[in-house]
Design a protein around this ligand. Structure first.
Ligand SMILES: Cc1cc2nc3c(=O)[nH]c(=O)nc-3n(C[C@H](O)[C@H](O)[C@H](O)COP(=O)(O)OP(=O)(O)OC[C@H]3O[C@@H](n4cnc5c(N)ncnc54)[C@H](O)[C@@H]3O)c2cc1C
Length: 261
């Protein structure tokens, strides 16, 4: 008989919710995580009193009230609203593209003027062949050149002309002065960071850290069912080659601030 009902590969958000719900049903879980910590992409480290999201900033957001209420049992949220800024050369622009962005680009003040400017710049062709043409059709050259091209090429590691058009079927443009990145009514960051949530979720599970499941596949004998949240091409030993992923490399820098009062 298997010792566990579920072998959960990966200690990220998906398996965390799975583990806490399985425990409520009396099911036994073994978590196998290749990193030396639980939390997946949401893992935080406290650096100089700040909860640093080590794998990129994460903002919890949902339009579903029952999901929001579910989370209240695991943490309390602050009132963070994500309103990012993009830096292009020495210029700063609000995202997502909205009336503030259009003002920063062209000093347009009304939605009608902004729309006119965008339409005057849009490429007018019927069948865009690649990402670049598609983006130029949708938003014109200023937005594309300053706020889309470099960002996209860095993340995909490819020229936009070599990326397919379907990646961006639409680019949301807001004709209001709203810098809120998400449309969801419920959003925030857990007070105290994400780690305590994961501790609670996995509290009833056994956990093996620093263990790559793919190098220890015999672990699957320990459970009736395996739930795998790693990379799918890796799982199948790249039998169809490596998938192309959009990816990021994080470089952390710490700046000290001299306080004057
Ligand atoms: C930079 C960035 C910012 C993001 N910001 C947001 C945001 O603000 N809001 C939002 O809602 N979503 C955001 N996301 C998306 C969010 O991170 C994911 O949707 C979520 O983390 C997915 O959870 P998961 O459990 O499926 O995967 P993950 O969090 O990736 O967890 C998978 C875990 O599996 C482990 N693993 C993989 N392979 C193996 C193996 N072979 N053996 C053992 N362990 C393995 C990994 O180490 C990892 O810990 C962001 C993503 C990124 C990359």
């Amino acid at each position: 008989m298997s010792k566990y009902d579920f072998l959960l590969v990966g200690a990220g958000l998906f398996n965390a919710v799975f583990a806490i719900e399985a425990a409520k049903e009396g099911k036994r879980c073994l978590v196998v995580e290749q990193r030396s910590h639980i939390g997946g992409n949401l893992y935080c480290e406290n650096i100089a009193g700040i909860n640093v999201h080590m794998h990129g900033a994460h903002i919890f957001h949902t339009d579903n009230e029952s999901i929001w209420n579910y989370m209240q049992e695991l943490c309390s949220f602050n009132h963070y609203v994500n309103s990012p800024l993009a830096k292009y050369k020495d210029e700063l622009y609000n995202l997502p593209f909205n009336m503030n962005t259009f003002y920063q680009l062209w000093k347009t003040i009304t939605p009608a003027d902004a729309l006119k400017k965008i339409e005057s710049q849009c490429l007018k062709i019927d069948n865009p062949k690649n990402f670049e043409e598609q983006a130029l059709c949708l938003v014109g050259y200023d937005i594309y050149n300053k706020l889309i091209k470099g960002y996209t090429e860095k993340q995909w590691g490819k020229k936009t002309r070599d990326l397919p058009a379907f990646i961006i079927k639409r680019i949301p443009l807001r004709f209001s002065f709203n810098n809120n990145y998400f449309n969801d009514p419920y959003q925030g960051i857990p007070v105290g960071g994400y780690n305590p949530i994961f501790k609670k979720c996995f509290s009833k599970a056994d956990t093996l850290l620093d263990t790559n499941f793919l190098l220890n596949r015999e672990l699957s004998d320990m459970a009736k069912t395996v739930i795998y949240t790693g990379m799918i091409d890796q799982y199948f030993d790249y039998c169809y080659g490596a998938l192309e992923y959009r990816s990021l490399r994080f470089e952390h820098q710490q700046f000290s601030r001299k306080c004057c009062n």
